[in-house]
Design a protein around this ligand. Structure first.
Ligand code: BDR
Ligand code: CA
Length: 326
């Protein structure tokens, strides 16, 4: 059983990721959600975290609000993909789920210290809270068992030719995180998440499954699909953050390489992750494992097995038809 904290900026793919983690009770114990400015402002994404817990009927899960802006800059939120409210503008009313009064950074520092070597931290938003925790407590990185990050890209960004959104929002924070000396970091960047498309057929299956969670996923992903069409002329949407949770459930869903990773904070390549593969740069000290590929069929087996087990076979068949016809 992994004991995890999800640091998140929900966010449509964040919502899918959180719902998968909460459904996988036999393997993951979600201790809390900590929120951070990213896809929308921190007040809004914190409300969204509450709404997601409400949909999942998890009204007791602790939620802590974190940093409202990057460490040393201002950045726009990601309305084109996630909608102004970060959850696809579908008008979900606010819920009664309560937010803890401790700041997310204080919670992270305290919990990692209390449960030294036990906590797996999953960061699926900009790394501001994690960097702030490192600055606050010199032992923080050493107290965390493992850090799994959705962010970065070895080859192709989504905010510039090189920068991925989470690192682009707060490059200084990302740089601090890679230099902090965590025992194990896995970077699940766009090189791997690019394989994880929710195609229109599987999205339609979510509608047909007709549970509150599946209908919620179907509904919030409309704006996200439109964003992908508008910008990339692609049908479907990328479930970036969800791959981190699938990875926690079964590491073999991705292929990884050992690397030294650093983050550019200035100039043309601002926000880019610079990945020195150990294989090509043996003199560089490994600080990370980087996912370079993902297995889409395996991913959806994990996704449906935990969320909608009765539809596992249907999803696998639809996926086979879809990929064989391409
Ligand atoms: C990342 O950016 C956000 O918009 C998504 O939620 C994901 O965390 C992908 O680049
Ligand atoms: Ca996110």
């Amino acid at each position: 059983m992994k004991r995890i904290i999800i640091d998140t900026d929900p966010g449509i793919d964040d919502a899918f990721a959180i719902l998968l983690a909460l459904a996988a009770k036999e393997k993951l114990e979600v201790l809390a959600l900590t929120t951070v400015n990213g896809n929308a402002g921190v007040d809004q994404v914190t409300k969204n975290a509450c709404k997601i817990c409400d949909i999942a009927d998890e009204n007791e899960l602790p939620i802590f609000k974190g940093c409202s802006r990057p460490l040393c800059r201002e950045r726009e939120n990601s309305a084109v993909f996630h909608g102004d409210d970060g959850l696809g503008n579908i008008g979900i009313p606010d819920t009664v789920v309560k937010v803890g009064c401790e700041h997310a950074v204080d919670y992270l520092v305290r919990k990692a210290r209390e449960e030294k070597g036990e906590i797996t931290l999953t960061a699926i938003g900009p790394l501001t809270n994690i960097a702030a925790a490192i600055k606050k407590d010199a032992e923080f990185a050493g107290n965390v068992k493992e850090l799994v990050i959705m962010g970065g890209a070895e080859f192709k960004g989504n905010m510039s030719p090189h920068a991925e959104f989470n690192f682009w929002v707060d490059p200084e924070a990302a740089k601090i995180v890679f230099a902090a000396g965590f025992g194990k970091i896995t970077m699940i960047g766009l090189d791997a998440t690019a394989y994880i498309y929710l195609d229109p057929v599987l999205r339609e299956l979510l509608y047909a499954i007709n549970t509150p969670v599946s209908r919620f996923m179907h509904k919030i992903s409309r704006v996200y699909m439109d964003g992908h069409w508008k910008i990339e002329k692609k049908l479907g949407c990328e479930l970036c953050d969800v791959l981190t949770i699938a990875y926690l459930l079964d590491e073999s869903v991705v292929e990884k390489v050992d690397a030294f990773v650093d983050v550019e904070t200035k100039g043309l390549c601002e926000g880019a992750s610079v990945v020195y593969r150990k294989k090509y740069y043996p003199q560089k000290e490994k600080n990370c494992e980087v996912a370079v590929k993902a297995d889409v069929k395996h991913f959806y087996d994990i996704f449906f097995k935990y969320l909608f087990p009765e539809y596992l076979a249907t999803a696998a068949q639809l996926l086979t038809n879809y990929y064989d016809s391409k």
